[in-house]
Write a protein that binds this ligand. Sequence first.
Ligand SMILES: NC(=O)c1ccc[n+]([C@@H]2O[C@H](COP(=O)([O-])OP(=O)(O)OC[C@H]3O[C@@H](n4cnc5c(N)ncnc54)[C@H](OP(=O)(O)O)[C@@H]3O)[C@@H](O)[C@H]2O)c1
Length: 219
Amino acid sequence: MKIGIIGAGNIGGNLARRLTALGHEVAIANSRGPETLAAFAAETGARAVTAEEAPQGADLVIVTIPTVRVPDLPKGLFDGVPASVPVIDTNNYYPQQRDGRIAEIEDGLPESAWTERQIGRPVVKAFNGTYAQDLIDRARPAGAPDRLALPVAGDDPAAKRIVRDLIDELGFDTVDSGPIAESWRQQPGTPVYGLREGVDGVTKALAAASPDRPADFRA
Ligand SMILES: NC(=O)c1ccc[n+]([C@@H]2O[C@H](COP(=O)([O-])OP(=O)(O)OC[C@H]3O[C@@H](n4cnc5c(N)ncnc54)[C@H](OP(=O)(O)O)[C@@H]3O)[C@@H](O)[C@H]2O)c1
């Protein structure tokens, strides 16, 4: 697949490493410009591009930047990108440590629904509770007894299927965690966030989640 990644930090970097190794064609962007990603491009074979360029021609796009930076993304970022191209949102809202107060999220809007409003595009929520290093260290073949499962939320079944198949290829099981309106089930502070378990454990943790944000994750 042709995969555009916006964000080249812990998560974007490790996803690019794994996806290029699997043979995918990755275009990756940060905020400072492609010239600052030259060493990373040489290491991985990913193409360093601008954020504007990353989604163009992609079969799948991953947005993996601090939530507070989402409104800085270029306007019209997805112009000309077919609606069938899934956009993965890996982001978390960390008001106290990083993002400051975002009123709509504080008022109960799921983080990924807020992101959708900012970028003008539906998203599939995935990887947000996954330790970046686990993408490298914890990949396992299908059927392995210690294979981890990741929750995936989204409204478009076709987009979700593409994302779940890609995660399987990356070495993880998935659990459908419902629509974006219920994606609070996998936000920071929930039982599934950072959980390293398989399908059964993740399914139980999703069911046990509360829509109320814990104090640590409120502004
Ligand atoms: N770290 C984890 O293990 C982990 C796990 C799951 C989810 N997450 C979530 O995933 C997101 C990314 O986390 P991270 O740890 O990978 O972050 P990070 O290491 O801080 O990297 C952030 C990346 O986003 C880029 N960026 C920021 N603003 C941008 C913009 N306007 N346009 C293009 N690129 C931009 C940065 O580029 P510059 O350096 O050039 O500014 C940097 O490459 C966060 O929302 C985080 O909460 C993280």
